[in-house]
Ligand binder design. Structure first.
Ligand code: MN
Length: 714
């Protein structure tokens, strides 16, 4: 078991004494809170955070990262809170531990490739500080090393998650040793038979391979000396999963995997030119295999990996793979982003981080010019500055949205119907308003209700084009439907007044002329134009009337003229707020029982006013239509009343309780007192005029009340 002295010994080579003390303090803290907890292996729980910290100290990371490694499970698994961590170890550590706790609450599982990419992006987005991710990877390495103590089900799940999510993440950050370690550890559990067979064969062939390796190394060394190029030659068997993948992809047998050994030439100098010189000396020695040369120096990989790769025909006619790079390139190849993350004395970590992020950004910008744009885009997302948020569906899939997206965007991304019928949302099991801004890692659930429909207000809260266009579509369609129904009603009525029939009239050739005249293509279009007030019903009828009058001789004319009043006005029934095309005017607040009239506003349906509303008198009479109340369900309508009374103590309560005794809601109440006269303004929600009259009567009977009046907005 790793001891704290081992960690401190390593840390003291690059960290100042006061930071070593903090690490020791974190160790004691972790030991105290994890006291009594054991791992599945039977070891004390503390071994786990210790091993994680050990990996981080080997990577020469800063004190806050190592401390976070020691504390990474405290908030999740013990009674410790983030506030306590902050108090004891400062903001930086608390931020890292907070991020780690959030990450550990989410299990990503194994996903098909397309989704796995989203998961990776989400982890990156959640790792606002890359150190969070480094601790998370170290955590995963130790968990994978002790995976044998888990149940078989869990083993498979965790191994797959590691292979699909965490190994590629290590690769993205360029930390090669982590990537290959995680791959091999997962491989062992995902394909145990193949793993065992391969490692057996690799071991079995070790002796002959070592002999061969030494031979090749000395040939290369001699050749380099000739050209006075200084450097180190390495020859190592590839990692097992690398071999396995190669065999799978190229359908090779183990004996055919010649390039089981990867040779590496690491030059002492950081002079890039020498890499190409070394390459040409190798090519002079052995014949290169065409099409196998790759220049990752001129065109670095997405994770900034640089090297020259070539395959040549070796001393026994076998294929031989060689990588050539400088020391700096090698350091990056092995440690990736962590290579430049080492603690430098006299410099705070934060500064270093900023330059690091800047570097990452520059690296990505540079790639824009030379890389496949698709790859560039996907890597830009990696860059920890996402303009996107990643959230979970209830099933655990990940969806990405632009920043600022709301549950409504989420609902529409699932299905148009889910969007249209969305009435509420839960995030992480809590109810949130529909305008809630989604956050990384949120688990979003949508509540729907049949018959519910979108509201225009939603357009203020959505950011995805999909949601915007779906909501607009719905509104347009609905307005068109209502315009059509309304237009038909208006025309029917107008035709009847003149003893004509809409259905027969529209079949005549005359209707074509109307299409041309009004620039429409179909009867429905023409009718909707009437419904939204662009053409009046009279205009249409007049057209047919002229026709009729021409046909009918004298007396009939009288008949037509006389008839109108005989036909009862059908009016338009109002079924209530369900119809988006009907609105109640805010000036007079009509309530059932009031004498009302409708006004066809252009493209916005009918606005209903009371007949005696001063506003309606100023409106175009051509566009005023009869409407009737048809209240089938009990609904409430707001109405404003003003009560003037003597300023007696408790009068407001008295009036209010009178109103409430009718089981009527008061949505607004305000009192103003001048010279012992109190003026109370109320907005109350009544069912109809009858009820209002009863309330008015009851209030009038109160002693202190001088007058009561129903109000209009002026
Ligand atoms: Mn852990």
């Amino acid at each position: 078991m790793l001891r704290i002295t081992d960690i401190l010994d390593k840390a003291q080579s690059y960290l100042p004494a006061e930071e070593l003390e903090m690490i020791e303090k974190a160790y004691i803290y972790s030991a105290t809170v994890h006291q009594g907890q054991v791992r599945l292996s039977g070891e004390p729980y503390l071994t786990h955070p210790m091993e994680v910290a050990g990996i981080l100290v080997d990577m020469k990371l800063d004190a806050a990262t190592i401390i976070s490694g020691l504390l990474h499970d405290t908030v999740e698994d013990t009674l410790t809170t983030l506030e306590q961590i902050e108090k004891e170890f400062g903001k930086d550590v608390a931020f890292l531990v907070g991020g780690l706790t959030k990450l550990s609450l989410i299990s990503f599982g194994s996903q098909e490739e397309r989704l796995a990419e989203n998961f990776r992006k989400m982890i990156l987005a959640m790792s606002a500080d890359i150190r969070i991710l480094l601790v998370r990877l170290a955590d995963r390495i130790h968990n994978m090393k002790t995976l044998q103590y888990q149940t078989p089900d869990k083993r498979a799940y965790i191994a797959k998650e590691t292979m699909d999510i965490y190994a590629p993440l290590a690769n993205r950050l360029g930390i090669n040793w982590m990537k290959i370690l995680l791959e091999d550890l997962s491989f062992k559990y995902l394909h145990p038979e193949e793993y065992n067979e391969l490692s057996r064969r690799v071991v079995k062939t070790k002796e002959s391979r070592d002999l061969y390796t030494e031979e090749v190394k000395s040939i290369i060394r001699r050749e380099l000396e000739k050209f006075s190029i200084k450097g180190e030659v390495e020859g190592r068997a590839k990692h097992l999963y690398g071999i396995y993948k190669k065999m799978q992809e190229q359908h090779l047998d183990f004996d055919e995997v010649y390039d089981l050994i990867a040779f590496r030439l690491i030059l002492d100098s950081d002079n890039v030119k020498l890499c190409y010189e070394a390459l040409s000396s190798v090519h002079a020695l052995w014949k290169p295999v065409p099409g196998r040369f790759k220049d990752y120096i001129a065109m670095p990989k997405a994770n900034n990996y640089q090297s020259l790769h070539t395959t040549v025909i070796g001393p026994y006619g076998e294929r031989l793979e060689i990588q050539i790079r400088t020391k700096a390139m090698h350091e990056w190849a092995e440690k990736g982003i962590a290579a430049h993350w080492k603690y430098k004395e006299g410099r705070t970590f934060k500064d270093d981080e900023d330059t690091q992020i800047k570097k990452l950004r520059e690296m990505l910008e540079m790639q824009q010019e030379i890389k496949d744009p698709r790859e560039f885009m996907s890597n830009l997302k990696l860059a920890l500055f996402p303009e996107e948020v990643y959230v979970f569906t209830p099933k655990g899939d990940v969806k990405s949205f632009p920043k600022g997206a709301t549950p409504i965007d989420f609902a529409y991304s699932i299905h148009t119907d889910v969007g249209n019928k969305c009435i509420g949302a839960k995030v992480n099991r809590n109810i949130v308003p529909l305008k809630y801004e989604l956050q990384n890692g949120d688990r979003v659930e949508i509540t729907t209700q049949a018959g519910h429909h979108p509201s225009k207000d939603w357009l203020k809260y959505v950011v995805t084009t999909r949601a915007i266009s779906k909501i607009r579509n719905w509104i347009n369609l609905e307005e068109k439907k209502s315009s059509l129904a309304l237009g038909r009603d208006l025309l029917d009525k107008e035709f009847k007044r003149h003893n004509l029939k809409l259905s027969t009239s529209v079949k005549s050739e005359e209707i074509r002329k109307l299409f041309v005249e009004h620039g429409v293509n179909s009867l429905d279009d023409l009718i909707s134009q009437v419904g939204c007030g662009r053409i009046s019903a009279k205009q249409i009828v007049n057209h047919f009337l002229v026709e009729e009058l021409a046909k009918i001789p004298g007396p009939a004319l009288e008949k037509v003229k006389k008839k109108p009043e005989a036909t009862p006005s059908l009016g338009i029934s109002l079924t209530g707020i369900d119809n988006v095309m009907v609105k109640f005017a805010k000036c007079c607040n009509p309530i059932p029982g009031d004498d009302i009239a409708g006004y066809i506003s252009r493209g916005r349906g009918i606005t209903v006013h009371t007949r005696n509303c001063p506003h309606i008198k100023n409106l175009d009479p051509e566009r005023i239509v009869d409407v009737n109340w048809d209240v089938r369900e009990k609904q409430t309508y707001p109405v404003r009343i003003k009560v003037v009374c003597a300023d007696r103590k408790g009068i407001l309560t008295e009036v209010s309780s009178t109103i409430s005794s009718f089981d009527v809601n008061i949505s607004y109440a305000q009192v103003e007192t001048i010279d012992l006269i109190a003026t109370c303004n109320f907005v109350i929600d009544v069912n109809n005029l009858k009820q209002l009259n009863q309330i008015v009567l009851a209030i009038k009977q109160l002693k202190a009340v001088k007058s009561i009046e129903r109000m209009r907005k002026s």
